[in-house]
Design a protein around this ligand. Structure first.
Ligand SMILES: Cc1cc2nc3c(=O)[nH]c(=O)nc-3n(C[C@H](O)[C@H](O)[C@H](O)COP(=O)(O)O)c2cc1C
Length: 201
């Protein structure tokens, strides 16, 4: 499938075939492809996807997610989390393989960009997670799968359910599987000129 078709055909799926099962190999391959190829700020790869495979835990997630059926029907349910302090903990590691001088420059630049700027640290992981999610959903479409990005859930309760570490945040949830519902027509798209500004607001 070409990229344009994948973009056009990806829709937020509301119901999935609960009998459809992706193999563990397929799930891993999908995730790995995204992890290897999606961009992230300073290559920090902030994302930490948590796969909810346990049926009882799925039920608990559904309870805190407005009882949305995608949660239990999807073959793959990912709570896309991110690590807030990758800038401090992982910077050297993700810049190995370049000349030593370049690595030093990058690690220094990363430190300067993030240190003492908690809002920037949080914004940055959300940006990377958003791009990760869209890349993932387009790849899923390419593989004949449907998906739904979701933030209709109680974030604090989710953190507790998945035992989120202190230095991580929950970004959003992604459900993937074989869709069984017809998407709503593409509605309410705002006019180009209302959204796009030329040079300034
Ligand atoms: C961050 C985010 C959160 C969303 N949360 C939910 C959700 O909890 N449940 C749901 O059914 N759809 C959810 N959606 C899907 C949107 O409603 C959907 O993308 C939008 O209506 C446009 O439809 P389309 O994706 O089919 O083009 C979410 C989308 C985004 C980007």
């Amino acid at each position: 499938m070409n990229v344009f078709d994948a973009i056009q055909q990806r829709r937020a799926m509301k119901r999935f075939d609960p009998e459809f099962q992706l193999s563990q190999t397929d799930k891993k391959q999908l995730l790995n492809n995204v992890m290897q190829n999606a961009p992230s700020a300073f290559n920090l790869q902030h994302w930490r996807p948590v796969l909810i495979e346990d049926a009882e835990l799925r039920q608990q997630v559904r309870k805190i997610a407005w009882d949305q059926p995608q949660v239990t029907e999807a073959s793959l349910l990912i709570i896309l989390c991110a690590k807030l302090d990758t800038w401090e903990k992982d910077a050297s590691q993700v810049w190995t393989g370049v000349p030593e001088e370049t690595q030093k420059v990058m690690v220094g630049a990363i430190d300067q960009y993030y240190r003492g700027r908690s809002q920037t640290q949080r914004d940055e992981v959300m940006r990377s997670a958003g791009i990760f999610a869209q890349t993932f959903m387009l790849l899923a479409k390419d593989q004949g799968l449907d998906s739904c990005p979701m933030d209709g859930f109680d974030f604090d309760a989710m953190g507790k359910l998945i035992q989120l570490p202190e230095d991580h945040v929950v970004c959003l949830m992604i459900a993937v599987g074989k869709g069984t519902s017809q998407p709503y027509p593409r509605i309410g798209k705002l006019p180009y000129d209302d959204l796009v500004k030329l040079n300034h607001f």
